[in-house]
Design a protein around this ligand. Structure first.
Ligand SMILES: Cc1cc2nc3c(=O)[nH]c(=O)nc-3n(C[C@H](O)[C@H](O)[C@H](O)COP(=O)(O)OP(=O)(O)OC[C@H]3O[C@@H](n4cnc5c(N)ncnc54)[C@H](O)[C@@H]3O)c2cc1C
Length: 459
């Protein structure tokens, strides 16, 4: 991409690198930064515009009320330093596409050659009188529900997946964990039910996943009503009814998933719900130099693994625009889901782009590192930051795609090495236990963890 200034001198020739601004420090934003640094090296000058100081591993928030994991947090300034990215702690407010300028909420104008919009989606409650679950929900609210169960005040709990919810998975996790928790409290007369518009439990993941989830539900004693639409009763917002039929939803406590709403950014096109349209390479149609990825785009399924795949496709397209000799590959959605069942986890995989197959469902990891969000670059990077608890799990069977980071993703390996050393230092400062991660720091040395090596299997 070459622009001529008023003197006729090519900007691209004058500047040595292509300026990329990534808005959003979540799954899609970080995956794109890692991918760009790897694919384009010093050809790209990277800036991260994000108002939040931390990357939060939101999917694990479902485990927090049950003491089954937590949403890990990482400071974005540290990640930016690892990757040679300039952080700007402000929100993207508008895009002046004609001038290739991103404007922040503080009025700062940030010039770009390529902009990646990865600002995620907002969560909107669907029902006025239900407890709406989001990873940011007040933990005390759910803890209060569990306390009510323990003390026998509540006996019927409903988990609702309202129409328009882009990912039902957390509802199953919450229902299963609640049922097992109640059972563990000797409250074995508690009724836990799921009401969902899906035709089959987690049907998007394919028939094998549905069968596995049904088995988990039966074992936990959770009833699932599929193909139902839950709505507020006209004139009585506290009452919920099931359609078709108009039956009343009978429950003492109702927990609902939120609906996602798009960012509707000024200066960019969006659909009726505020989501940004994109082509298969993440480019925003009709807006040169702008790409988008993740929950912010108008793709009907919202999921971390998909957000990472969209970011990879956009990063390849941006790298090509920056002059890297590669053929950008389009986004080809593969759903990878890890379901917390309350007694362990179930792993599910379905190729959404390859026809309606059976999919896969196992009780062991289907990819590596075995993290909830499967990102080609992000998963191994975060595994290093987190100290890789995950590498204690058995490696997946089969013939995985194995990435040798030193050879295939050298920049990511450099970033990983820095991150590993930082997390090593952090752990040394902690009193608990011996360090679990050993990273060799010499330039060019092979990066090793204490288990199967620094590899990502995504198959
Ligand atoms: C309860 C729950 C459970 C889930 N479980 C799973 C799971 O098991 N597996 C899975 O793969 N996915 C799961 N997901 C979905 C997954 O978390 C999302 O799909 C994923 O985080 C989307 O990534 P993103 O980068 O688009 O958005 P986010 O990760 O939400 O990141 C958005 C980023 O943009 C920043 N931002 C917001 N506005 C602006 C702005 N104006 N300018 C600049 N930055 C901005 C935010 O601060 C944030 O850093 C779950 C989600 C929830 C809510």
């Amino acid at each position: 991409m070459v622009y001529a200034n008023e003197c006729g001198v090519s900007e691209h020739v004058r500047r040595s690198s292509f300026r990329v601004v990534v808005a959003g420090g979540g799954v899609a934003g970080l995956e794109a930064l890692l991918a760009l640094r790897d694919l384009a090296g010093d050809r790209v000058e990277l800036k991260l515009v994000c108002p939040e100081p931390e990357f939060v591993y939101r999917p694990m928030a479902v485990g927090e009320p049950f003491g089954r994991g937590h949403a890990a947090r990482h400071r974005l300034v540290d990640i930016a330093r690892d990757l040679g990215v300039t952080p700007i702690a402000e929100a993207l407010d508008a895009v002046r596409a004609d001038e290739r300028t991103a404007v922040t909420d503080a009025g700062r104008e940030v010039a770009y050659d390529g902009l990646l919009v990865a600002v995620g989606a907002h969560s909107e409650p669907v029902f006025r009188r239900a407890l709406t679950w989001t990873p940011e929900s007040d933990r005390e609210l759910f803890a209060g529900l569990l306390a009510d169960l323990e003390e026998g005040y509540s006996k019927r709990v409903a988990f609702v997946v309202p129409p328009g919810v882009a990912s039902a998975l957390p509802a199953y996790e919450l229902a299963l964990m609640t049922a097992w928790q109640a059972w563990g409290m000797n409250q074995d007369d508690v009724e836990v039910a799921i009401y969902t518009h899906e035709e089959a439990p987690l049907g998007l993941f394919g028939p094998r996943a549905t069968a596995a989830v049904r088995q988990e539900l039966v074992q936990a004693g959770v009833r699932a009503e599929t193909g139902v639409y839950v709505a507020e009763a006209p004139g009585a917002p506290g009452e919920l009814v099931l359609h078709p039929g108009g039956r009343r939803l009978e429950a003492q406590r109702v927990v609902a998933l939120p609906r996602a709403a798009g960012p509707a950014l000024r200066g960019l096109p969006c659909d009726a719900r505020g989501f940004v349209p994109t082509d298969p390479h993440g480019a925003v149609p009709g807006v040169a130099g702008v790409w988008a990825a993740g929950d912010a785009i108008a793709f009907p399924v919202k999921q971390g693994g998909l957000a990472a795949q969209q970011a990879d496709a956009a990063a390849e397209a941006i790298a090509a625009a920056a002059g890297v000799d590669l053929e950008p590959r389009p986004f080809r959605p593969v759903l990878r889901g890890m379901l917390l069942t309350g007694r362990g986890s179930a792993w599910m995989r379905q190729d959404l782009g390859g026809g309606a197959g059976e999919g896969e469902a196992e009780r062991h990891a289907l990819w590596w590192p075995p993290t909830k969000i499967a990102g080609r670059y992000l998963s191994p990077y975060l595994a290093a930051l987190d100290g890789v608890d995950a590498v204690d799990a058995p490696t997946p069977p089969g013939e995985p795609v194995q990435l040798d980071l030193e050879r295939e993703l050298p920049s990511a390996a450099d970033a990983l090495r820095r991150a590993s050393l930082r997390s090593e230092e952090t752990r040394r400062g902690c009193a608990r236990g011996a360090p679990r991660l050993a990273a060799e720091a010499q330039p060019g040395a092979t990066l090793r963890l204490n288990a199967p090596g620094h590899r990502a299997w995504l198959h």
